[in-house]
Ligand binder design. Structure first.
Ligand SMILES: [Zn+2]
Length: 84
């Protein structure tokens, strides 16, 4: 799964190819300006226009952040290892 970063609610037109007649003609970023897809062709096309949003996911809970520093802070505050 790749999440792209764009404008909130932005509509993006997609030119269909003969290889992929069922490809949607357009897609829309959500209210947060995000669009996620697993479609490799879409990812290839979108990556030419949009930035891939990097997410750092906590391995111990559902916490997700866009900033590595925040994840480290989250870890320190929420998953403190028992230190001797
Ligand atoms: Zn966590």
């Amino acid at each position: 799964m790749v999440t792209f970063s764009g404008e909130p609610n932005m509509l993006v037109n997609i030119t269909p190819t003969y290889k992929r007649p069922r490809m949607p003609k357009s897609l829309r970023f959500d209210a947060n300006g995000e669009y996620s897809t697993e479609d490799k062709m879409l990812i290839k096309r979108l990556s030419a226009k949009f930035k891939i949003k990097k997410e750092y996911k906590c391995k111990k809970c559902e916490y997700v952040t866009l900033c590595m520093g925040e994840l480290l802070t989250h870890h320190r505050l929420n998953h403190k290892e028992n230190k001797k």
